[in-house]
Design a protein around this ligand. Structure first.
Ligand code: MN
Length: 357
C-alpha cells in the first residue's frame, strides 16, 4: 500500500501557529485528538481542541467556530458534506485523519481506505503512525491503544499492541490480541470503559472533561486512578446493568432482528450495542435512543455468529425509509426519524430476507 500518512507529514511540516483540532465523541475520536494535540505541542504549534456538536460530521455550528483558524485537523469524523470540507480547505490548511468510507475531499487527507477498501485502522492507530514519524511514541502508546481498542481495531492492528506489551506489559499481560478479550480482561480495556463512561453520562461536556484529563496525564495511571472518572463509571455501570435486565422484557423480536429502545437518561446506546452480539449470537441487533433533537440514533450490530454486511443493510434501509446511515460491515449506525417506520420495514423484510447471511 502507498505511504498513506504522507499528507499528514506534509501538513505538519507546512503549518505554523494556531491549530484547531476537531473531533467527535467516542473513545477513538478522543484518543486520536489527544495524540494530535500532543504532537502539535511538541511541534511548538498552538493547538485548540474543538468537539464537533455532531459526532458523525463537522456540523454548521462547528464550522462557524473554525472560521478564525488557518490550520485545521479533523480526526475520526467521517460524514461531513464534501462541499463543506472543500469550502473550508480552499482558503486554509485542512487535514483529515479518518477511517470511514472515503469521500471526494480536496484537502490533506489520510484515509487508508482510499487505497484499500478492506483495511481497518481506527483514527487513533493512524495518529500513532503519524506521531511516530516525528517523535518517540512511548508516552502516547497507551492513548493510541485504548482508542484503537475502543473501535475494535486491536486484532487488525497487532503491531500497536505488541509495542504496548513491550513497554507496558501490566496494561495487557498475557491476553490474546483479540478485541473482546483485551476489552474484558485487561487494564487497557478498563481505560476504554472509564473514558467512554464520561461521554455516556455527560455527553459533550463529559467528552471535554475526559480529553482534558488525557492531554495533561503524565501516564495512564492518572486516568485509571482519577476519582471523578471512577465515580462516573460506577454510575454508568449500574445504569447499564439495569438496561440488560430490561432488554429481556422490552425487546421487539422480528424473526432475525431485535429492536430495543433505551429509555435511560444516559447515552448507553453504543455500549449496549457492543455487548449484545455475544448474547444474541444469531441476531441482527438495533439499539435505539431518542436524541435531544427528536430523531432516533440507532446502533446496528450483528450476533457473533452472523456475517451479514451491516453497512450495506443500513444503506438499503436508508433508501427505503426516512433514515440516514453508514458505517462498517460489522458495526453501523443510523439516524431514523420514526422508530415505528424502521420496525415496519423490518417486518416486511423478514419474509424474504434469507440472502444476506
Ligand atoms: Mn473511529
Amino acid at each position: 500500500m502507498k505511504d498513506f500518512i504522507k499528507p499528514a507529514i506534509q501538513f505538519f511540516k507546512k503549518i505554523k501557529g494556531k491549530l484547531a483540532i476537531v473531533f467527535g465523541h467516542d473513545c477513538d475520536s478522543i484518543a486520536s485528538a489527544a495524540i494530535v494535540y500532543r504532537l502539535a505541542k511538541k511541534l511548538n504549534l498552538k493547538p485548540k481542541l474543538i468537539v464537533s456538536f455532531h459526532n458523525f460530521e463537522v456540523d454548521e455550528k462547528t464550522e462557524k467556530k473554525l472560521q478564525k483558524f488557518k490550520n485545521i485537523v479533523v480526526v475520526d469524523v467521517g460524514d461531513t458534506l464534501e462541499e463543506r470540507i472543500n469550502n473550508l480547505s480552499s482558503s486554509r490548511n485542512l487535514l483529515i485523519i479518518d477511517h470511514h468510507l472515503p469521500k471526494n475531499y480536496n484537502c490533506f487527507y489520510v484515509n487508508p481506505r482510499l487505497y484499500d477498501e478492506k483495511v481497518y485502522m481506527p483514527a487513533s492507530y493512524l495518529s500513532w503512525l503519524i506521531y511516530k514519524r516525528f517523535f518517540n511514541d512511548k508516552e502516547i502508546l497507551w492513548i493510541a491503544a485504548f482508542g484503537t481498542l475502543a473501535d475494535f481495531g486491536a486484532k487488525n492492528n497487532k503491531d500497536l499492541f505488541i509495542e504496548l506489551k513491550k513497554h507496558y506489559p501490566e496494561l495487557i499481560w498475557n491476553a490474546k490480541i483479540e478485541d473482546r478479550e483485551i476489552l474484558e480482561k485487561t487494564l487497557i480495556g478498563k481505560i476504554v470503559k472509564l473514558i467512554d463512561a464520561c461521554r455516556i453520562a455527560e455527553g459533550i461536556n463529559g467528552v471535554k472533561n475526559a480529553i482534558k484529563i488525557i492531554i495533561s496525564a503524565r501516564n495512564y495511571e492518572d486516568v485509571l486512578k482519577n476519582k471523578k472518572i471512577n465515580a462516573i463509571y460506577k454510575k454508568v455501570k449500574r445504569a447499564f446493568e439495569k438496561e440488560i435486565k430490561n432488554i429481556e422484557k422490552r425487546k421487539i423480536e422480528i424473526s432475525d432482528f431485535i429492536v430495543y429502545e433505551i429509555k435511560s437518561k444516559y447515552n448507553l446506546k453504543s455500549s449496549l450495542a457492543s455487548y449484545l452480539p455475544k448474547i444474541y449470537q444469531k441476531k441482527i441487533i438495533f439499539v435505539a435512543q431518542k436524541s435531544s433533537e427528536g430523531y432516533y440514533e440507532v446502533s446496528v450490530r450483528r450476533g457473533v455468529k452472523r456475517k451479514v454486511n451491516l453497512a450495506r443493510l443500513v444503506e438499503k434501509i436508508s433508501r427505503k425509509i426516512k433514515a440516514k446511515g453508514g458505517g462498517h460491515p460489522s458495526a453501523a449506525g443510523m439516524r431514523v426519524d420514526n422508530l415505528k417506520e424502521l420496525i415496519s420495514f423490518l417486518k416486511n423484510e423478514k419474509g424474504r430476507n434469507n440472502s444476506s447471511r
